[in-house]
Structures are given as C-alpha cells and as structure tokens.
Design a protein around this ligand. Sequence first.
Ligand SMILES: [Zn+2]
Length: 463
Amino acid sequence: MRKIASWQSIIDKIQSKLQAWKSSCLSRAGRLTLIKAVLNSLPIYYLSLFSMPKKVTKEIIRLQRRFLWNVDKTGRVLPLVKWEIVQQPKCKCGLGVGDLVIKNTALLFKWWWRYASEENSLWRKVVQSIHNEDAAILPSSSLSKIPGTWHSIKKTLLEQKPATQLFFQHLKLSVGNGNKVRFWEDQWAGNFSLKEKFPSLFRLSTQKSAMVSAMGWFEGTLWKWSLAWKKELSQQEAELMANLIDLLSHHFPLPTQEDSITWKGKKEYSAKIPQHLLNMEMEVEVDRMVCSVWMKLVPPKVEFFMWLALLGKLNTKEMLYKKGLLSANQTSCTFCGSHLESLDHVLLHCPFSWRVWNSIADDLGQKLVSHSTFKQFYNACLSVQWRSKGLKKIWVSTLFAVSWRLWMVRNELIFQGKELNLAEVYHSIRWRVAEWTRAWKAKPPYKVDDLARNFSTIPAIMQ
Ligand SMILES: [Zn+2]
C-alpha cells in the first residue's frame, strides 16, 4: 500500500463524490458538509490498516480544496482561507474538516493498543511469531526485516512525528509482577525509557532485552535489583547507577498484580479522542470572535459568510485588486461609487450600509456607534445587553442578517445588474430574521409573518 496506485480507488471515489457540478449547486456550507461526510465515511477501512502515502494525502486535500473554493477558467483554485485553518476545529477558528494524517495515525495507533490489550488473540500471536516479538505487553521498538502490514504500521508509529508522540505520551504502563514489561526499553518508570535516560549504562548492560521481573528478586516482600554489567563500572558510571537505583526506589514489581496498560487513564482507546486531543494541544492563536459565529441561530451558509468576514477574507474589490484580479480604477464601492470597496467600508462605513444598519437598529430600539473596523463593530454589537435571551437572539440574528444581506445585495448589483432598492433591503432583512427563528430550539411564540411585519414591536412583545 505504499504505492499510489493502490489508493487510486479511494481517490476516484472521493473525486466522484466531490464533483464540480455538485459544488456549483451548493452553498459553501453545503460543500463543507459534503466534504466532511465523504471523508468520514470513505477511506476509514484503508486508513485503519495502511499508512497513507504523502502523495495520496496531497491529492485528497487538492480535491477537497477544489470542491470548497471556486476554480477559475484555467482550473486554478482560488482559496479564500488557507487549508491549515480550514482543517482546524471550529473552536480553533477553523471549519473542522480535520487532518487526514492525524486521523490515519490515530487509527493505526489502535493496532498498537490492540496488540497490548488483546494478549491472547490469534492475530497477535501470528504477528509475534512472524516478526519475532517477545512476550512483553507492548510491541518492541525494533523493526523486523519482514515487510507487510504490521511492519508498515510499526514503522509509521515509531517515526514518532509530533502526532504519534502524543499517543505514546498518554500510554501508561503499570508494572505488576514485571513479567511483560521490558526493563530498558519500555516507559514504565516515568515518561521515558531507561535506555534513553541512561544510555551509557544501557550500553554496558548484559540484560538489554530482559523483562523487569528478570532484573532482581524478592527478599521476603522487598524487591532487590540485580543488574549485570559487561565490565566493572567506572566511578562516573557507578554514580549513574546510584541515580538509577534511586529512581527505581519508587518503581518496583508487585508480586500479586499483573502488568497493565491504560490510555489516558482508561482501559479503552478510541481513535476519536487523540484527534480531539491533538486539535486541543496544537498551539494556534485563537480569535474568540471568529469562533463565535457558530451559534446555530442563523443558517450555516450565513455563519460561513460571517466566518469569512471576520477573518477579513471576503472577495471585496480591494481584495481582488490586491490579488491582481482588478485594476486600480475598478475598486470603487458598488453602493456609493465614491470610496475604495474594502470589507469595512462595504459592510459598515458606506453611507448606504450605515443607513441600513441604523434603520434596522432603530426598529429594535438600539442606537449604533460606528467603529473603525467591521470586526470591532461586530464585537460591540455582540456585547449589547438585552433583558431577555429571546431578544438577544433576535438582535444577534439581525446582526448576521444585515451583514449577509448587504453582501448579497452588493453581489446582485455586480453579477445580476440589479438596482439598489433600500426598501427591499429592509424588508428582506426583517423577513429573514423572522424565518430563521423557526429553526431555533426555543422558538418565539409568534408566526413568521407577525414577526416580520411588526419588527419594530419585537422589543415590546418579547420578554
Ligand atoms: Zn460605499
């Protein structure tokens, strides 16, 4: 399975599910849902057994990117946001697409875990005999020369990339009678192996592959260590040995217990947890405001739009100019025609947009204060206090509705040649907010019509 050809059927399946025609029929939020669904279902079987070659990962990501973002006439993808961000979970400002390499490693690690926890299974016995594994709970850290699935799983995990390191960190061996724990190689006396901690002593040991139980004996109930060396220890080595014995005074075999293993303190391993853990432990600068958009108050496509807006990634004329797709004389605002069409201008500062904002806020009894950026304005609006949760939800939905509608109107003017109609914009914003309330768990006790037609009475009627 190291060959790309072996993975072709998976690539083909993903390609057929993520075809361009489907992309053009779906909103970005719809495309995102499909990307996640296809990825979560298709290659799990392969990913659980085989290490995905880098080229295959790249190809799958290429297909996902093409599906999510638009493609120009020459077939070039025009991404609005870097894929590394898209992959991250929503609580880390991403879209939660997930990282294929992490998923693959988490699923492969399950075999490490199963090897350790299914001691009497036939497959483990077969692997042990073919690959010369000893009787220890965990697989050894050496690779046999015999190729095959086990060899490649082990190789991938032993490479200890950042992703794998985390899996090993949470794997804890508890020494019981010490019959199945390797003294030098396994991590049983701390977050390290004694081989790594005392390399010079390991080199001198004549018991390199011995289990803990073979490294001493019980004198009554007291455990006595008996370490054997190739030669007499020098003074420096004797000091190291004293350190080692000191360390071992806290870790020693217990005659009545079996050696055991846990993962994050549990006796079960779930491939979902490490993915979640890795996502959580990844050091990413988190912008709380960007993460706040997924409130489930408005349709996913509107949340997606706000996510882009707060990341500053809308394709405004200013942005297109910066990307070299428009010339300097094509960058004036679609609404007023007299300013540069930046994101902050078109969604907030433009006289037309500001009129829309004020008119809708007036209805809800709010006086707006402009801010230098749209993002600051969004934040200020989110912090407005309301006397009831229902009102706050209407207010936040209105914030999304106005922003989204302004952007839609701007696009309709450019791409459909429509005319600017202030009354129609007000009207459509009110109706949208009213319609969206239908999808809430706690719906307001009013009909959509009533809410939309009597928008300005909402603060009075909703307690
Ligand atoms: Zn303007």
